[in-house]
Design a protein around this ligand. Structure first.
Ligand code: UD1
Length: 418
């Protein structure tokens, strides 16, 4: 069990290159089995969730070679269509292997995915879309048996722009006859990244980043080289860390557009933000004010993943901040823990109200999930004394060497591996 220790009070100064995106890497790893191809992937972060995806790929017969700079997946040696339950349970993204396996071999035997407990996380949109494309899917308890002699293109209307469902359809559609059109598709940068990877292996795919994506199959290529974009939630976390602790940091290798809603609220809270090409500089005197009402929404709205993190940065801000969570029903699990530091937070259903307090005092907290754990680190950076975060293993699911990154910026943090 990992325990994070954060001693608050240090300002952050310096620059850091933001890691590759977890949520962009995982669908690309699943996509690497859609066709027999050797994929040279760059900027894939070293994370527990990535390791889980690699274990699945290895179980499916792919050859994996991880070097310092590159991750090579060779799916020409692919052998299986079945993913054991314990591998599926490691993370949420395992569900998109369903579309990938159906595309590759017309069959997928898997079970319901794991991931953060953020409330009900149904996969009805995934199942109904794949059925519209000709897949027969039987559900037996938590097991899923999927088969499709022939996948066919379809016009699919998503009632909600689900990221995972959009990804699953994009993958399955690479092997479908005819044209697949996704109406109401998710518009996240991770969808644009997946389209770029699929195009690089010969898919005829257009529209990612808009609400309508069309896919007309894929011809296949022997090799591809693909670079994963930077992680907008990690960039947001570092920006919030600097806002809360005070200081001036420079984030490089980022696209400000991808986390502009977070930067916008930090600016309203009193931070100075400068962005130039792939660099964003954040300066803060640590004395923040409420930026108003924060409502989470699908991209390009404010990301639900950044909600606990921005909340943690604002715990000592002047005034009252309201949060409305519209994506997940259980995304305030950090609140009861942050209160133990002395934060003034109340939650009612989808609404949370934060009244800034003058000081926070170090305590032992339990990380409820990945982003909740990250929120506790950010809170600890502007808390008096030491904050200990137990059950902090979640954090390694999404943050690569985050202790080193923060230490290099001047924070006093360390991880105790028990
Ligand atoms: C992805 C991200 C996650 C992020 C979320 C929303 C990955 C690995 N994870 O998760 O970090 O918080 O997008 O931006 O990329 N829903 C249904 N039926 C479905 C699918 C989803 O009702 O079949 C609902 C979910 O319960 C949830 C909402 O839609 O309320 C959003 O889910 P979705 O966009 O699918 O999120 P994920 O792909 O799981």
């Amino acid at each position: 069990m990992d325990i994070w220790h954060v001693r608050g009070g240090n300002r952050l100064f310096g620059s850091c290159r933001v890691q590759g995106s977890k949520n962009a890497s995982l669908p690309v790893l699943a996509a690497s089995v859609v066709l027999p191809v050797r994929s040279v992937l760059k900027n894939v972060p070293r994370l527990k969730d990535v390791d889980a995806a690699l274990q699945i790929l290895s179980h499916l017969g792919c050859r994996i070679d991880r070097g310092e700079e590159e991750l090579i997946i060779d799916s020409t040696s692919f052998t299986g269509a079945e993913i054991p339950r314990e591998l599926m349970a490691e993370m949420r993204s395992s569900v998109i292997f369903m579309g990938a396996l159906l595309a590759r071999c017309g069959e997928a035997k898997l079970s319901l995915p794991g991931g953060c407990q953020l409330g009900k996380r149904p996969i009805d949109l995934h199942l109904s879309a794949l059925r519209q494309m000709g897949a027969e899917i039987e559900e037996e308890g938590s097991d899923l048996f999927c088969r499709a002699e022939r996948l066919r293109g379809a016009d699919i209307d998503l009632r909600f722009p689900s990221v995972g469902a959009t990804e699953n359809i994009m993958l399955a559609a690479c092997a479908a006859e005819g044209r697949t059109t996704i109406h109401g598709a998710a518009r996240e940068p991770e969808i644009v990244s997946l389209q770029a990877y699929l195009a690089s292996i010969g898919a005829d795919i257009h529209g990612a980043g808009t609400s309508t994506i069309t896919i007309c199959g894929a011809v296949g290529r022997e090799n591809t080289v693909y670079t994963v974009p930077s992680d907008r939630i990690v960039a947001s976390t570092l920006a919030c860390a600097c806002a809360a602790a005070g200081g001036r940091i420079i984030l490089s290798g980022v696209k400000a557009d991808h986390f502009s809603t977070v930067l916008h609220f930090l600016n309203d809270a009193g931070c100075d933000i400068i962005n130039f090409k792939d660099i964003v500089e954040i300066s803060s005197n640590g004395d923040l004010r409420s930026p108003g009402h924060i409502v989470t929404a699908p991209y390009p709205g404010f990301p639900t993943d950044a909600q606990p993190i921005l909340m943690a940065a604002l715990l000592r801000s002047h005034g009252t901040t309201q949060f409305t969570e519209t994506i997940f029903e259980n995304r305030y699990r950090q609140v009861s823990e942050l209160r133990r530091l002395g934060a003034d937070l109340t939650v009612s259903g989808t609404e949370a109200v934060l009244r800034g307090v003058e000081t926070l005092h170090g305590e032992t907290l339990t990380a409820p999930d990945l982003r909740g754990g990250a929120a506790m680190i950010v809170a600890g950076l502007h808390t008096r004394g030491e904050t200990r975060i137990i059950d902090a293993g979640h954090i390694a699911r999404g943050y690569d060497s985050f202790d080193d990154t923060l230490c290099a910026l001047g924070a006093e943090v360390w991880i105790e591996h028990k």
